[in-house]
Design a protein around this ligand. Sequence first.
Ligand code: NAP
Ligand code: ZN
Length: 348
Amino acid sequence: MTLAKAYAAPSPKAPLEPFTFERRAPNEDDVVIDILYSGVCHSDIHQVRDEWFPGIYPQVPGHEIVGRVRQVGKKVTKFKEGDTVGVGCFVDSCVNCQTRDEDREQYLPGLIQTYNNLDADGQPTYGGYSDHIVVKEGYVLRVPDHLPKDAAAPLLCAGITLWSPLKHWNAGPGKKVAIIGLGGLGHMGVKLAHALGAEVTVLSQSLAKKDDALRLGADHYYPTNDAETFKTLAGTFDLIINTVSAPIDWNAYLGLLKVDGTMVLVGVPDNPIPVHAFSLIPGRKNLAGSMIGSIKETQEMLDFCGEHNIVSDIELIDIQDINAAYERVIKSDVRYRFVIDIASLNKA
Ligand code: NAP
Ligand code: ZN
């Protein structure tokens, strides 16, 4: 076991504070990673505040991890000391399942999340707001070396969460794709959909982010606080990805789909969503959900980002500023992802 320095929420809704804990000793198939950068996902806030399900406390969030390999077990073949690697939302999955499907493993029972979960040994998992982590080789990702390590961290959740549905629903040339919400996930959706060749529209609450959206690769931008937007864009999109967790008018957005179009939820609202049957039936429309992506898809996304030089637009923060950063995320006031410089854990 090794002592890890971290920040944790001691209890639901309490601010994060310094915390130390023992990381498990590495097995022969494990990689020990010194964490360099950790992205701040809105899911971290939902979970430390106990908004989804009863959480495990103290809770060390963080599932957008980029680091450097410190040590590898003797059965590890894919990584060596010094490699730049990433860890995303899960660190183990259905190890006993005979039918493990590597393209869909995030949907199998037995998924062990990077934090706020119990590991195979029954101990809590602790995430990336910490100085090192021990992860099975099969759950470690290779991060292209030429990408900036801090701005690459959000690819491990925000990137893959948009990549997976974009690929699954064939976003590409000739397809009209809308992204609702230009936050951490949404801005990655714009960059990835644009690089895949789709025609991209951003639907944001106001005109405030228009210049940014166009710079990030959007072809069009419409404010959703203007009722005209819903008249102008009626029946336009093949695919809409909704990254918003706040309540929205679902029926109005479904009206923007073409016949046979699909709206995919990735944002997680607190309450059941009110959808009228006539928002779906007349246009044979689809309403679907999507959760992160498999390890295989995540590596494909990282390689694609390496080829296309795609990273996140970030604000780099010290870990001591994490509670203020959370408040800014909640106010939609982050451009467009906070990333923690983990070296700041050593500041007094
Ligand atoms: P974020 O950075 O806070 O972005 C959310 C965006 O939603 C905001 O930037 C804002 O965009 C929009 N928004 C906020 N309040 C709104 C309101 N009252 N009405 C309409 N729009 C509003 O969050 P994130 O990190 O991208 O995460 C988004 C959601 O996805 C969270 O619920 C998170 O838990 C979830 N998530 C899901 C998965 C998955 O696998 N499905 C993975 C990661 C995260 P505008 O300012 O442009 O309107
Ligand atoms: Zn996330």
